[in-house]
Design a protein around this ligand. Structure first.
Ligand SMILES: O=P(O)(O)OC[C@@]1(O)O[C@H](CO)[C@@H](O)[C@@H]1O
Length: 407
């Protein structure tokens, strides 16, 4: 009987490299450490000074400050309305550990949850429901620069549709420089010149995902970031997509409660729409169209609890996953949302963006100015040119921006 030939050894599948470790805040001198050790205490100071709080709130803020600087993560009150949710999000595993030694994304989010607790936001009591960041957001909305940006819409009206589209997309992108938390730790950020050009620009792919010329448009989800000077251009972009028939419906996802100082909540959407309708010229026309779009349901606002979760979007719950899966496109705004989208890890900058968001249930676009160290999707040439010109500053200075798409 002929001997059975030995099969050749099976080629092992190519090993998928393990993702780099999650970013912690434990390295003195690093950007995350600075946010925990300096930005958070500064935010406590600013909030304390912004309202005529009573002694109970002052004591609670003192305790939070001590906990942030020298203490450990403490549990929520036993009767907290969202205790179960935070336990699902990892609270039990992190209770008793240093703020600096757990994932940075987690400790930052928990800080805002604790700050709202300290100022009585969740009630009961007189401070219930008050936004401790409202005075800062309001000042920005009333600033002359906001009026100047709105006045620029008058000249835009007569430009061809594709030029308007590009201007409004870039307005929404660069609106992300307006971040009050960022300005607390980098006072010059607002005045520093933006770098010309984008470090990655997939805008053609973005427009290709939105039907034009008679095809039935679907839903665009826009995961918003900051209120005021970022939210207004986001709303203008939404109005343009609806008007041009590139979206049949825009769903604006905002935060369910005040977060990261300037993140937009439903109340901020109302303030932004009011500011638009009250402005002179073309801005008011945009405002009226958006107001009508709310009434007929083509502009919807969502404030899902997961929008303020301390977790990457890869862990989104099934209902939200289904919403994004059904959309023609989900636009994800800003730096924090980018960290949550790709995972808060020190990716090698040339890691393909598409690989990090392969889990996302539908087409997705990131619009972000660079304000933290997480970055993906750069070419080797771009990365090396940026390093040569700026060291590491390009990652966090807020002067560079990107548009990245996975279809
Ligand atoms: O998400 P945004 O508003 O664009 O920026 C948020 C931010 O200012 O805060 C985080 C650090 O606290 C960073 O992700 C970034 O620097």
């Amino acid at each position: 009987m002929p001997a059975t030939p030995t099969p050749p050894p099976a080629t092992p599948p190519p090993a998928t490299p393990a993702p780099p470790p999650v970013i912690l805040g434990d390295e003195p001198g690093s950007f995350p450490h600075g946010v925990l050790a300096e930005r958070h205490p500064a935010i406590i100071r600013q909030v304390r000074d912004a309202f005529p709080y009573d002694p109970a709130v002052h004591h609670a803020l003192d305790a939070l400050l001590q906990s942030c600087l020298k203490g450990v993560i403490e549990p929520l009150p036993a009767d907290a309305h969202d205790g179960d949710r935070w336990r699902d999000w990892g609270l039990d595993a992190y209770t008793g550990r240093s703020w600096f030694e757990v994932p940075w994304l987690w400790s930052e989010s928990y800080f805002y949850r604790r700050l709202l607790e300290a100022v009585g936001h969740f009630g009961p009591g007189v401070w219930q429901g008050l936004d401790p960041f409202h005075p800062f957001k309001r000042a920005e909305l009333d600033a002359p620069e906001t009026g100047e940006e709105l006045a620029a819409l008058d000249a835009l009206r007569t430009r061809p549709a594709d030029e308007r589209a590009r201007a409004l997309l870039h307005g929404s992108l660069w609106g992300n420089r307006a971040d009050l938390g960022f300005r607390l730790s980098d006072a010059d950020a607002e005045t520093r010149d933006a770098a010309p050009g984008l470090v990655a620009d997939d805008s053609e792919a973005l427009w290709a995902l939105l039907p034009a010329g008679g095809k039935t448009p679907g839903t665009v989800c826009l995961i918003a970031d900051n209120a005021g000077r970022e939210l207004i251009p986001d709303l203008l972009l939404a109005a343009h997509l609806l008007e041009q028939g590139r979206a049949g419906r825009v769903v604006l996802h905002v935060k369910p409660y005040p977060y990261y100082v300037s993140d937009a909540t439903p109340a901020d959407v109302v303030d932004a729409l009011r500011a638009l309708t009250a402005a002179p010229g073309e801005a008011a026309a945009y405002g009226r169209r958006l107001w009508a779009a709310s009434a007929d349901g083509t502009l919807a606002v969502r404030a899902h609890p997961f929008a303020a979760a301390p977790l990457p979007y890869a862990g989104m719950p099934p209902g939200l996953r289904a919403e994004f899966a059904a959309a023609d496109l989900t636009i994800v705004k800003g730096d924090l949302n980018y960290r949550r989208l790709v995972g808060d890890r020190m990716w090698p900058p040339t890691t393909p963006f598409a690989d990090t968001v392969a889990y996302f249930p539908g087409p997705v676009a990131a619009l972000r100015t660079l304000k933290s160290e997480v970055i993906t999707g750069l070419t080797e040439e771009t990365e090396s040119a940026l390093n040569t010109a700026e060291g590491r500053h390009w990652r966090t200075g807020g002067t560079h921006a990107l548009i990245q798409v996975r279809d």
